[in-house]
Design a protein around this ligand. Structure first.
Ligand code: PGA
Length: 246
């Protein structure tokens, strides 16, 4: 694992954006795995700036998002489709047909999940997968005690996650209780992984992910077994790590 500790959220965002920019520059038809949540918003802003300054071209990039709430339409304000539109896609020149996000509003979930996996495979596989991490150790919506062998599937969100995500909804009752998420196996098949974390609330789980045992209770700990992981942290989220950091 390559661990980069930056001073603050903005530096974390700039560093992470540079990793993505270098991926796209070296391989303009890169397959990007993207994440939602508060953590990557600053990185997306930096990528938008690079695009506006003509430093980056997304015209041949393809994207696959990690997850989507089950039961929300693409147009719903709280859907991850909407999050990605607002925080990245409408601001850059990625082609609509190159954007992939699980459809959370289908009846046949199994077929949706199989199709998503097939599309990832047929694209040649994800070159770099962006991840945040939940305070409970989840990556994507792979909640604690996940089966490490799962591919894209329907998940039940834990109470922790529902509470954490209720900040985006007007009441906790509105937070969906299920989601379609890439599985750990899908994530682990990505060629590179870029995980971001910031803030003191993440310090314990960041430590567990990097230094702890590899356990289904901390889904992100499986990343210790991936051979190309870059973790970009701010000082606060790195507070429990004492060595092996640059
Ligand atoms: P956050 O979420 O970026 O909003 O903290 C991260 C996650 O739950 O994966």
């Amino acid at each position: 694992m390559r661990i980069i500790v930056t001073e603050n959220y903005q530096e974390m965002s700039i560093k992470a954006a540079k990793v993505i920019a270098s991926q796209i520059t070296l391989k303009p038809d890169s397959i990007l795995g993207l994440a939602t949540g508060s953590t990557p918003v600053g990185m997306y802003k930096e990528l938008i700036n690079m695009y506006k300054n003509r430093e980056l071209d997304f015209s041949t990039v393809k994207t696959f998002n990690l997850d989507e709430y089950y039961g929300l339409s693409e147009e719903n304000d709280q859907s991850y489709h909407n999050f990605m539109r607002e925080n990245l896609f409408v601001h850059i020149n990625v082609k609509k047909e190159n954007i992939n996000i699980p459809n959370g509003n289908v009846l046949d979930i199994e077929t949706e999940c199989e199709n998503y996996e097939r599309m990832i495979r047929e694209s040649g596989g994800i070159d770099i997968q962006v991840l945040g991490i939940g305070c409970n150790g989840h990556i994507g919506f792979n909640e604690p005690n996940i089966n490490f062998e799962a591919s894209t599937h329907l998940v039940n969100l834990t109470q922790d996650t529902i509470e954490a995500n209720s900040r985006f909804f007007s009441s906790i009752e509105e937070v969906p209780t299920k989601a379609i998420s890439m599985g750990i196996k899908t994530i682990m098949q990505s060629k590179k992984i870029l995980l971001l974390a910031n803030g003191e609330a993440k310090a314990d789980v960041v430590y567990e992910m990097i230094k702890g045992k590899i356990l289904p209770e901390v889904p992100a700990s499986i990343l210790q077994l991936h051979n190309d992981v870059t973790i970009v942290l701010d000082r606060e989220s790195a507070a429990k790590l004492k060595d092996n950091v640059v």
